[in-house]
Design a binder for this molecule. Structure first.
Ligand SMILES: Cc1ncc(COP(=O)(O)O)c(C=O)c1O
Length: 337
């Protein structure tokens, strides 16, 4: 229960809150979301989510700001991305406004689980969409369940903003060029475990290359890639990567700071010409990289042990908006209370 939570010790792990929010869809019609304390689904063993991976999810956060107000960051972008994932897997998309109502309800019912300002912790929401129609013949279902699972999570960097080492994996492809990499669906993550688990066991994370040529950087296991070359913010163009909302926000902030922002194919060897690079996503905002190890080519690209100045500035700029310390010029935050 919340009184047992030591906010300063929270990591990026699931901490159960009192309520989740649920809504069902049958034959294209969504019911209104409702809150429940029951965290279990009564799911048919032949549900299309279990049989054929008809499942999509999202991840977004609410922040308690310096002024005590709670801000939900860019939830409409998550709603739109989830709708694209749903369409990609032949599911009935959750309407954008219903998605918003479900997130707000999940927040209102779990207000006490929004971590206090100053702890760096936030309330994370995991929206989940699953196919529930029983089927054995291969094909999509017509019934779906939408769930919002809240969880307070700790700051990605307790203490100091620091670097992580990444390893290139040429033995596992995360997603095919015309596959589901652009969607946030469970199958992409299950298929990466063969690469990510051994990397994590060595205290590292993975960089995946494009699956066709194994030449260009695609993305990291659960984050986009960013490189800094002179005054240029570089990020991969690929049909196999997830369009990151954090990356999109950072690109705007980089442009505002006079940087050139380029999205294009990035050869792995181009790392040698970059002064800084990082992974970016909701969980970490920016995860600076100290080294990229390419074991097959016996090569290591080094960027120094400390986060570089440009990515550090962008990290703080985005955190300041999320925690209400800087003006939200782009209207990214919805203030809830
Ligand atoms: C594969 C992948 N790429 C990128 C991201 C970053 O996306 P966002 O910034 O919207 O969290 C995530 C996390 O959601 C991810 O899982």
């Amino acid at each position: 229960m919340k009184q047992d939570i030591d906010w300063s010790k929270l990591g990026f792990h699931y901490t159960e809150t009192e309520y989740i929010v649920r809504a069902a869809c049958h034959n294209g019609v969504w019911e209104e979301p409702y809150a429940t304390t029951d965290k279990y689904l009564h799911l048919h063993v032949s549900a299309t989510s279990l049989q054929y991976g008809q499942e999509a999810f999202e991840g977004l956060k609410a922040f308690r700001g310096v002024d005590g107000k709670i801000r939900i960051f860019r939830w409409r972008e998550n709603a739109r991305r989830m709708a694209r994932s749903a369409e990609g897997l032949y599911m009935t998309p959750v309407p954008e406004e219903l998605f918003g109502r479900a997130i707000r309800l999940a927040l209102e019912k779990n207000m006490d689980f929004v971590p206090p300002y100053g702890t760096g912790a936030t309330l994370y929401f995991r929206p989940l969409l699953i196919g529930t129609t029983p089927r054995l013949g291969v094909g999509p279902g017509r019934d779906f369940e939408f769930v919002v699972i809240p969880s307070p999570i700790g700051p990605y960097y307790p203490g100091k903003f620091h670097c992580t080492t990444f390893i290139v994996n040429r033995h596992v492809d995360r997603a095919a060029p015309l596959g589901t990499g652009q969607f946030k669906v469970g199958g992409n993550y299950a298929s990466s475990f063969r690469a990510t688990e051994p990397a994590h066991a060595q205290g590292m994370d993975c960089i995946f290359l494009d699956a066709k040529y194994h030449r260009y950087i695609d993305e990291c296991s659960a984050a986009n890639f960013i490189g800094i070359k002179g005054n240029e913010y570089l990020t991969p163009r690929s049909t196999a990567i997830l369009p990151s909302i954090t990356n999109n926000s950072l690109m705007t902030l980089a442009r505002e700071r006079g940087m050139k922002v380029t999205r294009r194919h990035i050869r792995l060897e181009e790392l040698a010409e970059m002064s800084e690079c990082a992974a970016c996503g909701t969980a970490c905002v920016i995860s600076p990289i100290d080294k990229v190890i390419d074991p097959e080519h016996d090569k290591t690209y080094s960027f120094g042990k400390e986060p570089g100045p440009i990515l550090t500035e962008l990290y703080h700029a985005l955190r300041d908006i999320q925690f209400g310390r800087a003006e939200d010029k782009h209207g990214w935050c919805e203030i809830v209370s």
